[in-house]
Design a protein around this ligand. Structure first.
Ligand code: NAP
Length: 333
């Protein structure tokens, strides 16, 4: 199966290294795409559309904000879409690519060495495309876990953000070792090998972290004092708060997308009746209008020549993003 990559950034590179297959890659930054194609094998496409046309499935490895623009370029050429876009539900990608099979994966950086965790949400048309082959391909990258979509943010906080959290702990251990006289490279080797060894032990012992801590922690000893200091420093609470804040931000982005769809609905002529579309559009109206009406009541229409423009969706979106960010910051402390 031929795989294309739209975007040749950090995650696309990690995926391509882990997949070990030649890829067709395209990026607005062409030298970046060339470097990746040179490294993993494959070729650089002249455009996103050319990349999509040349492959069986194309990985959307650009930023989530570029979903609409990229879809406009490759919608007609792409056969199947693999989305790794953070915080973007599979239904939103399906909306951008009607009638195409869509597969949502959430990878983590260790996929690069085939030791990652990859969460998977099949789209509603997954069975229309090469689902088995795509699952096999992503299964090579480490542990593949199919999740109901509402749990994907919780999964992301654990397995996709996790490597950064572990890296911070390793850095702190190295700094502490250096502060007490170890050479930096020796401290780094100790910390990283200990991380790998700890993971290996946990694996063979059924992921029982409690048992492992008990076996390392002698009463009143150095480890017990260190663990108490970590708890006082709020490590556990900070990780929990982060995942809640993440969830709030995702909800807000999804709501902003619904506002955007609501605005499009008011601009577009009526489309021919379709039951599924009608249910969806009614849902959007019911969810978004009560919020927009708050602004419609207080904001006058802006005049642009003969046209009257409703500013409320724009102001409502700005208020939502600002308030959402404030709430997320408050949760994060
Ligand atoms: N990094 C992670 O750990 C991780 C984990 C899970 C999922 N993801 C998801 O993976 C995606 C990529 O993340 P990343 O960290 O790899 O970001 P990144 O390093 O910024 O890579 C994105 C690449 O896409 C390019 N690009 C932008 N607009 C494009 C367009 N219209 N057509 C083609 N290429 C375009 C960017 O170029 P410019 O830089 O020039 O804009 C950049 O090279 C995101 O959707 C993210 O949510 C990331």
């Amino acid at each position: 199966m031929r795989i294309g990559l739209i975007g040749a950034g950090n995650m696309a590179s990690a995926l391509a290294r882990g997949l070990g297959e030649p890829v067709v890659v395209s990026d607005v930054d062409r030298p970046r795409a060339e470097a990746l194609a040179r490294e993993v094998g494959g070729e650089v496409a002249e455009s996103n559309a050319a990349a999509a046309a040349a492959v069986d499935a194309v990985v959307l490895a650009h930023k989530p904000a570029q979903l609409g623009a990229v879809a406009d370029e490759i919608r007609d050429e792409a056969h199947a879409l693999i989305s790794i876009l953070g915080g973007t539900p599979v239904a939103v990608v399906e909306q951008a690519y009607p009638n195409r099979p869509v597969y949502r994966f959430m990878p983590s950086i260790p996929v690069e060495v085939r030791q990652g965790v990859v969460c998977y949400v099949p789209g509603t048309r997954a069975g229309d495309g090469p689902e088995g082959e795509i699952r096999e391909l992503f299964g090579r990258l480490g542990t593949l876990i199919e999740l109901p979509e509402p749990l994907i943010d919780a999964g992301t906080a654990v397995m996709s953000c996790g490597p950064a959290f572990y890296a911070l702990v390793v850095e702190a251990l190295v700094d502490a070792g250096v502060a007490h006289g170890l050479a930096p490279d020796v401290a780094a080797k100790m910390a990283v090998d200990t991380l790998a060894g700890t993971a290996a032990v946990l694996r063979v012992r059924g992921n029982d972290t409690h048992d492992l801590r008990r076996r390392v922690t002698s009463p009143g000893g150095m480890t017990a004092r260190g663990l108490a200091a970590l708890e006082r420093g709020g490590v556990r609470a900070a990780i929990t708060r982060h995942s809640v804040a993440n969830y709030v931000i995702t909800l807000i982005y999804v709501y902003v997308i619904l506002i955007f769809i609501r605005v499009l609905m008011s601009w577009m002529p009526r489309v021919p009746y379709n039951r599924v579309l009608d249910v969806f559009l009614t849902f959007v109206r019911d969810v978004v209008d009560p919020y927009l009406n708050l602004f419609r009541r207080i904001l006058p229409m802006a005049r642009l020549g003969p046209a009257a423009i409703d500013l409320s969706p724009m102001v409502a979106t700005i208020v939502l993003l600002v308030v959402g960010q404030l709430v997320a910051n408050l949760i994060n402390g």
